[in-house]
Design a protein around this ligand. Structure first.
Ligand code: ASP
Length: 427
């Protein structure tokens, strides 16, 4: 069985086992609860997520230094960065717009909402533009790495890579050393991803043993509206861009993106999935290291189409629940703020919901509305994270194609970069 099939098997069997355990019932005291669900399964899931997360900082740093070093020679970095940023922001704004339109058509918050809002919830203040800008520049790159501050790491790696390309002999020596480290790190991620089927199994078992289906039934209209908008975005917007701008086969793209999308779905973290996405985009899809090493980490950090979709639908839902009419200007505001909020959303589980307070606050909606939807957010987080990651891959592929940095032979080869057996791959 190939890795994708094994991950899927782990996912489905975890889901079924979790449902069975939920049927049997357990408490925190009995062995099924404390030993199996909260013990073994929880530990297995966390170990898997941590084993991916441990790769993020070294992989992004080394890979991006290499990318910037080879781009530094050609001087095309500015154009490439501009394209990637522009596409990330544009697709996110489009995602919120789709979400708003779908939500306004479906009206999930009108009538028949059984949920109740709690009375208080803390508003999250939007950081100022000035602070955001200042914070991209690290005062101490080692501290930035230790704290996993992705934008600071990206900036430092870019500068260092450019310096490599301009430093003559010493730069060239270091560049070739970094390329070796990069190859070794890629091998390490190929090894660690072997854990995915087991990790995914543990995560699914724990989730479906504990997920509150009653909450979902109460909010079924909201839940399905978010799912519909996510589906429209992935099956209409991405294929259109891939066909018209990137001019590549959409099915091939998605069949190669399956692995990172499944890992994103199971972990609910585009940050933890980043090493898998980077490996897929470079070795399975054929995006050159210069583009992938920059576009993918940047995407994982600032590009959250799925999150923005949830925020758009949630805004309409909460407004309808409280009977508050929003004006066209409000909706335009939502598009702007949700796009910016998704830039500021950390790529870890559940943060999209916290950032929603920012959007609600901006258009004067009661922030307590969050409590209405919190019960179903766990499952929606999984789906939107898969969309976030698909968006990163789509933009990286499109930018690479327009820059003539997509290897079409790799793209067309179904076996390129495929993980074959423990620790080995075709590249
Ligand atoms: N879990 C999402 C991600 O990591 C962020 C969110 O929407 O909460 O991409």
């Amino acid at each position: 069985m190939n890795l994708t099939a094994r991950i899927l098997t782990g996912m489905v069997s975890g889901l079924l086992l979790g449902l069975l355990i939920q049927q049997i019932g357990f408490t925190d005291e009995d062995w099924l609860g404390w030993f199996f669900v909260n013990g073994v399964m929880d530990a297995g899931g966390q170990i898997f997520i941590r084993s991916l997360t441990l790769m993020v900082v070294p992989l992004v740093f080394v890979s991006l230094v290499c990318g910037a070093a080879s781009l530094g020679n050609t001087g095309s970095m500015g154009r490439l960065g501009g394209k990637a940023m522009g596409m990330y922001l544009l697709t996110t704004a489009l995602a919120v717009t789709i979400a708003l339109v779908v939500a306004l058509v479906v009206s999930p918050g009108e009538g028949g909402v059984a949920a109740e809002a709690a009375t208080s919830y803390e508003v999250r203040e939007a950081p100022s533009f000035k602070d955001t800008l200042i914070n991209i520049v690290p005062t101490n790159p080692i501290a930035a790495m230790a704290q996993g501050k992705m934008l600071q790491i990206i900036l430092f790696a870019l500068l260092l890579g450019v310096a490599f390309s301009r430093a003559g002999e010493p730069g060239a020596r270091l560049y070739s050393f970094f390329q070796d480290v990069n190859a070794v790190l890629m091998k390490l991620i190929t090894m660690l991803i072997q854990l995915a089927p087991y990790g995914v199994f543990c995560l699914m078992t724990e989730l479906f043993a504990t997920v509150a289906f009653a909450e979902i039934y109460k909010l079924i209209a909201y839940f399905l509206t978010v799912v519909a908008a996510l589906l429209i975005h992935v099956t209409v917007v991405y294929p259109l861009i891939l066909t018209m701008v990137a001019r590549v086969n959409v099915l091939t793209f998605f069949s190669k993106m399956r692995e990172p999308m499944l890992v994103a779905f199971s972990t609910s973290s585009s940050g933890a999935t980043l090493p898998v996405t980077l490996r897929t985009v470079e070795h399975r899809i054929g995006v050159s290291n210069e583009v992938a090493s920059f576009a993918v980490p940047l995407g994982a950090t600032i590009n959250m189409d799925g999150t923005a979709i949830m925020q758009g639908v949630a805004t309409v839902f909460i407004a309808q629940f409280y009977g508050i009419d929003l004006s066209v200007v409000d909706y335009l505001n939502v598009i702007l703020i949700a796009t910016l909020a998704s830039v500021g959303t950390a790529a870890v589980p559940g943060v999209g919901l916290i950032m929603l307070t920012m959007v609600l606050g901006q258009v004067g909606l009661p922030v307590e509305g969050i409590m209405l939807i919190i019960g179903v957010d766990r499952l929606l987080d999984m789906m939107r994270t898969a969309v976030n990651v698909a968006g990163d891959g789509m933009v990286a592929t499109t930018v690479a194609r327009t820059e003539d940095k997509l290897d079409m032979d790799v793209f067309a080869d179904p076996d390129a970069g495929r993980v074959i057996e423990a620790g080995t791959s075709t590249t």
